[in-house]
Design a protein around this ligand. Structure first.
Ligand code: ATP
Ligand code: MG
Length: 139
């Protein structure tokens, strides 16, 4: 059983193409509450730290470039079994493989510009949420 928070990013392109509202609507309809949210533009240094788990992967610098190409929206989401349920809601990393009805199926453009991020474990959800927000215990 996983914990009750997860962390998401609405990535560049999804933001610049006007998909923030429709994506938040899907998140809300799926039963998640927004505990914290803000819009920001990552620096290269911040993106490198945030994605440090992928530093040895061939797509690392490409990912850092993309994630710093425009503003993003970051949010902490609350729901029972949040990590697992949110991964189901967003769908496969590769939008061509994402199931019908998932956020990535509807809004992703490619493997890189795949519309949203979702934490893959409780540990990472906590790290990612506290990377962007302080004082979360108050929510
Ligand atoms: P996220 O962490 O964004 O929720 P994920 O957990 O489904 O996505 P990861 O393996 O953690 O996938 O990869 C992180 C991100 O790196 C992906 O969301 C995608 O934007 C990018 N990425 C992954 N694989 C590739 C690839 N082969 N080519 C380009 N970009 C990739
Ligand atoms: Mg991941």
């Amino acid at each position: 059983m996983s914990g009750n928070i997860t962390f998401t990013i609405i990535k560049p392109f999804a933001v610049s193409n006007g998909h923030v509202g429709p994506i938040l609507n899907k998140i809300h309809t799926a039963g998640f509450k927004i505990s914290a949210m803000r819009m920001l533009w990552l620096t290269k240094g911040e993106a490198k730290i945030f994605y440090a788990v992928h530093k040895d992967r061939p797509f690392y610098m490409d990912l850092v470039e993309f994630m710093t190409s425009g503003p993003i929206v970051v949010a902490v989401l609350k729901k029972e079994n949040a990590v697992e349920d949110f991964r189901k809601l967003i769908g496969s990393t590769d939008p061509e493989k994402a199931d019908e009805g998932t956020i990535r199926k509807e809004f992703a453009e490619s493997m890189r510009a795949n519309a949203v991020h979702g934490s893959d474990s409780d540990k990472n959800a906590n790290f990612e949420a506290s990377f962007f927000f302080s004082g979360l215990q108050r929510f």
